[in-house]
Design a protein around this ligand. Sequence first.
Ligand SMILES: Nc1ncnc2c1ncn2[C@@H]1O[C@H](COP(=O)(O)OP(=O)(O)OP(=O)(O)O)[C@@H](O)[C@H]1O
Length: 565
Amino acid sequence: MATLTEFTCKVQVSGSRKPSGPIALTLDQHEMVLHDKSLLRVPYCSIYGYEAPNQQGQDENSLTVVIHTITWTSADLSSVSGTKKATHRILFNNQSDLERFMDEAKKYDAFPKPRRILLVVNPNGGIGKAKHICDTVVKPMLEKSGLIIKEQHTEYARHAVDIAHNLDLDSVDDLVVVSGDGVLHEIVNGLLSRPDWDRARKLPVGIIPAGSANAIATSFGTRNPYVATLSAIRGRTIKMDIYSLSQLNRPRKYALLLFSWGMMADSDIESDNYRWLGAFRFEIAGFIRMFRLRRYAGKVYVLPPTRREEIDSTASASPTLATPPDSPSHNPTTTGSASTTEVGPESRYRSLLEKVDEEPPRPWKLLRNMPYYTMLLLLNVPAAGENIFFTNTIRINDGVMRLFYSCETQFRKIFLPFVLDLANGKLLQHGLLRDIECGGVLVVPGVEGKPSDESTHEVVNPELVTSPWAKTRSVYTKPGIFDIDGEVMPTTRTLIEVLPSFMDLVVPEWYSHEQDKGAQAEAARERTQLLGKAATIIPSSSKGSAIGLAVLGVVLLYVTYSLVF
Ligand SMILES: Nc1ncnc2c1ncn2[C@@H]1O[C@H](COP(=O)(O)OP(=O)(O)OP(=O)(O)O)[C@@H](O)[C@H]1O
């Protein structure tokens, strides 16, 4: 049984006019409990700051500890509006009780550990809401956290790559972005493009969602910016697999969310035209693309997975430096074909990019019975957007890639599943997408092209797109888009490898994957403690349907408009 340390104190909770009479306060490993008329539980994982008196004395102020917490009003811990802040003023009888309380609280890690956080804010993220979230939610909480905060705003597109590439790693302990997923993607690419990438990858990174897709935050239950800020302050991290994407004669890229081609990639990138719609831009663009579905020819090879159970940082990936630390670094803002100096973890299968006339050797396998692809998606996290929750069976640190793909073209089969089940994790139950686990993927598109200039494409295998067979099946003769984490990369032979448990991502203390049995029990306890009852961080099915039906309405309007005009 857990040992309890007991004190006598008076307490005043925000909202109450005066302090309680003398009551007992107990501390254990996980929470403090104020034994007022009704028990008031304060789980440590809800504490984002505290103020202890900085000088000794016998007056009220010098015997009072103030504790700042987040409390939940909804059973969904990720609910965007289901939280409020609370302050507990705890008045001790004497100096020695106060000191004993502080010692005990620190022993149990009740308060956030002192750290230095670099906050990177994209004032343009989403529909410009990042600055507002930063000023009204993030900064007021950080000011009470006792942590040392440095703030930097991005001033131009891809500035975050440069910030991460040039960062003095000795000056920060964590890097947290207030932005969409795009800026976190840039931070990861900036860190991994450094000559000292193997040190840089160990810098914990976090996100306070202020973009449009917010897939990372949706995946880990931190869509609520108060919850995301609380998580950043408390600083618990989890290991995360990263995708490494190689193309011949181009700098390597890294993805933490996804790689896609076909319907999802087209709609993701095309949705940029509807930025003003916020998170709905993806659904609207997606449904429009569904009406005008494209069939992309190409060959996809997969490597069977090597499953790795939870890997700690020392064992992870055993990466070897491709270049010594003092070799010339590449310019992270440069794109195009000039880079030949490889920086970053070794690519084991890079030779597959060069041997264009040869089939990849065993154990690589061609995906068969795929005359063309309408959708191909490698997903690293459960959600691809705020309203696009694929499945909670994706584990983010098992070293295994989940590949979803389809050649389905019948609109009636695609439409309803996407409308009704895109946001609730049930989309896969329709059998619409094939779903396999793999350790690597080689995508050879039938037509190659630069993202910005589709007309300069080159047919890799003319049979795939120009034969009578292809013509009768309306195979698209343009390259389409390769999308990594919402960014375009050239549509060309691409090797995607997984770097297992490669980076540390800041997550809430109650996050765990359903297959991580040990962590699951601990996280369930944290969740129950937060609300005094079972709680969830997974989107509810009703929400999925409501969003789907709203989108259905908009799409029907669009179709009617297209038919009439
Ligand atoms: N000051 C700036 N001016 C112009 N573009 C910027 C600036 N700062 C960042 N960007 C660019 O804005 C893009 C989008 O940023 P971000 O990911 O924060 O928002 P989002 O795209 O709306 O969200 P999500 O990625 O979740 O969809 C990034 O590609 C980034 O390079």
